[in-house]
Write a new protein. Structure first.
Length: 685
């Protein structure tokens, strides 16, 4: 019994071993996204390290045997700092803080400003600094009291320095005086003294505000500056006493000058005051002890004598002639001399207010220059040297973007404006026709596009576009492919169906079209229209073919009289077949064509007779005629010939053979399964 069981085991094992390849074996399939035996990968990718520290990707190849080379999925200019990059600003340009190799560029604060990376705006007592560079910069914000129109006279009132971080911003606030002031935002440290240049190229933004009056200094007697209610402060004033020039000193309270005193006197060797001469200790002969000239020449007598350049009959200076000599900046003529100021020599004398010079001035809160007029009597009108649109925030500006247009967040008056999409319809686009001409019903049309600015000039403004299809040409007959067409008449359609090309000796049929028109055009299967010139042999492929014909006389359609003849010429005339009579020229009519529906030609007897009459060659002849009407269809059916039967038998044998193999395979599997079950039952006994 043990031996039997062992035999059963061996037999079962052999059967299972034989069945295992049939049941369990399966082929590996590359492309099913499952990594199977023999595959390294399947439709997947893995991360890898690309050049320059970038993250890369390897993709499984088409036969699942290996991965592609590592390809970077990160790169310089992708706006993400990765790999060995120090920066990434989304572009490949130098000079914007981040180089083409994504390395931080060494730029100074002024260079960052000139590159447009560092900006500042001032609103009230607050400055906002924006830094789009990749380095930190030291910046400052300061207010200065204005006492007049001269920058050098300004005094620092309040200031604060800070650091604006890379790709960041900072806000700084300072105190403001209650009088006119200048406020500056700049690179670097605060200046106590503006030195007449207002920070130069360090300046990021500036404005003049406050007022309307200039600031005043608090008076402090003894500081040598006249301020407030002070009449004087450490200064002296010229005066005349006994016809001699003297001076008055300021008193200790700065409220008035002391009494006029003079150190000049006759005999001090200096001609001054009313003296005609003064030889000091040598007075007596030529110059008397009263400092008057002895008899002879006399300066002050109104006569120009010997070495005198002028004589205005007085001894005062500052009137053009002093001690009978012409003073600088004057021109003297006549006796007694009359002197006048020389305008244009650069010296301010006499009643001149100015002479060839210029002053800084303010006009509409902008710095300007006023020029001396041609008479030296006054300054001309102040002309601004700053303006809205010069690219520098100054005066009372809130912003200055270097232009004078609205809609770019800084208005034409240099005021910060809310973002505006459009001010007028033309900002949104140009109205007009767009696209190609198409057919709308039986006419030619085109879309006309209109652009509209909604809520113009406001932050709620937006652009909208609408299109309307407009007829641009009315067609007399119809429209096709965007163009007007003429009336083609009603074409004649004939359909040829040839389901099995191999069952006919020829697929070439004779096509003959007739009409009482001067011109006939036809096409086959929607091909090019052919101008009919005479009968032609046409090859009809397997499947369905359509012939369309139209006749014309001039521009008029005459399709009513179009007739299509389709036939195949025989080797010899055979009129024995039925179908409504014979046709000349070796053509045989096989049947009459219905005005609608289908006409089949599958007369097996005819095929046999034809084969006999043509020496066994099946040569079908077809001659059909139809008039205008519903679509007519001709079906060429396969003839019942011995060759055809042989083909059908061979096809059937092949089909049965395939099915038989399948059935035998299934039966074999079932027998093996039954044997396996029998062995199991025997073993259990």
């Amino acid at each position: 019994m043990v031996i039997k069981k062992r035999g059963y085991f061996v037999l079962a094992a052999l059967l299972l071993f034989a069945l295992f390849p049939m049941v369990g074996a399966s082929e590996t399939e590359c492309g099913n996204s499952i990594v199977e035996q023999g595959e390294l990968c399947d439709s997947n990718e893995i991360e890898c390290d690309a050049d320059f520290g970038y993250l890369g990707e390897k993709i499984c190849n088409s036969d699942c045997s290996s991965f592609s080379v590592c390809k970077a999925v990160e790169f310089c200019s992708d706006s993400e700092v990765n790999g060995a990059e120090e920066c990434d600003d989304g572009n490949l340009r130098d000079g914007d803080g981040c180089s083409t190799e994504c390395r931080i560029e060494d730029m100074s604060c002024v260079e960052a400003k000139e590159a447009g990376l560092l900006k500042a705006s001032i609103r009230g007592n607050k400055a906002t600094f924006t830094n789009n560079a990749f380095l930190d910069y030291d910046v400052g914000f300061a207010s200065y009291k204005m006492f007049d129109n001269f920058i050098d006279n300004q005094e620092l009132f309040s200031g604060l320095e800070a650091e604006v971080p890379a790709n960041g911003g900072v806000e700084i606030e300072v105190d403001l005086p209650n009088c006119q002031y200048q406020i500056d935002a700049f690179c670097g440290a605060i200046l106590e003294d503006l030195n007449g240049n207002r920070y130069g190229n360090r300046l990021l933004a500036a404005r003049i505000a406050g007022g309307p009056d200039f600031c005043t200094l608090d008076p402090e007697c003894g500081d040598n500056e006249v301020n407030g209610d002070e009449v004087c402060d450490g200064n002296v004033e010229e005066c005349i006493i006994d016809s001699y020039k003297g001076f008055k000193e300021c008193n200790s309270s700065c409220s008035a000058f002391e009494q006029c005193v003079s150190e000049a006197e006759c005999g001090d060797g200096i001609v001054n005051g009313p003296e005609e001469c003064d030889l000091g200790l040598e007075n007596g002969d030529e110059c008397t002890n009263e400092c008057t000239l002895a008899a002879g020449e006399e300066c002050g007598n109104g006569l120009i004598e010997e070495d005198e350049q002028c004589d205005d009959s007085n001894y005062e200076s500052g009137d053009g002639c002093f001690e009978c000599q012409i003073e600088d900046g004057w021109d003297c003529l006549g006796e007694p001399s009359e002197c006048s100021e020389i305008c244009g020599d650069g010296l301010i004398v006499g009643d001149e207010v100015c002479d060839g010079d210029e002053n800084l001035c303010l006009i509409d809160e902008y710095w300007g220059i006023e020029q001396c007029n041609d008479e030296c009597t006054a300054f001309e009108q102040c002309e601004a040297i700053e303006s809205c649109g010069d690219g520098i925030v100054n005066g009372g500006e809130e912003c200055d973007d270097g232009n004078n247009v609205n809609g770019d967040l800084c208005s034409l008056t240099c005021e910060i404006e809310e973002e505006v999409t459009c001010y007028q319809d033309s900002d949104c686009g140009v109205d007009g026709y767009v696209g190609e001409e198409v057919c709308l019903a039986d006419d030619v049309s085109r879309v006309y596009e209109t652009h509209t600015c909604e809520n113009p000039g406001t932050s709620e403004s937006e652009c909208s576009v609408s299109g309307e299809e407009i007829v641009i040409e009315e067609c007399a007959f119809s429209c096709s492919d965007g163009s007007c067409t003429q009336d083609p008449g009603i074409p004649l359609f004939v359909t040829i169906k040839n389901p099995i090309a191999g069952n006919h000796t020829s697929q070439t049929l004779l096509v003959n079209v007739s009409s009482n028109g001067d011109l006939i055009r036809y096409n086959i299967n929607g091909g090019d229209n052919v101008e009919y010139a005479g009968p032609a042999f046409v090859n009809f492929p397997l499947g369905e073919s359509v012939i369309v014909a139209v006749g014309f006389r001039g521009s008029e359609s005459v399709s009513d009289s179009v007739t299509i003849f389709i036939g195949e010429q025989k080797n010899e005339t055979d009129n024995r077949t039925g179908g409504g009579g014979g046709g000349g020229g070796g053509l045989t009519i096989l049947g009459s064509l219905k005005t609608s529906g289908e006409t089949r030609f599958s007369d097996h007897d005819y095929a046999k007779d034809l084969r006999t009459s043509t020496g066994g060659q099946v040569n079908e002849t077809l001659f059909l005629q139809t008039q205008k009407g519903p679509i007519s269809t001709i079906i060429l059916d396969e003839p019942d010939t011995s060759d055809y039967q042989a083909e059908k038998r061979q096809s059937l044998i092949e089909e049965l053979g395939q099915k038989g193999l399948l059935v035998l395979s299934l039966l074999g599997f079932m027998v093996l399964l039954a044997v396996l079950l029998l062995i199991i039952l025997l073993f259990r006994r």
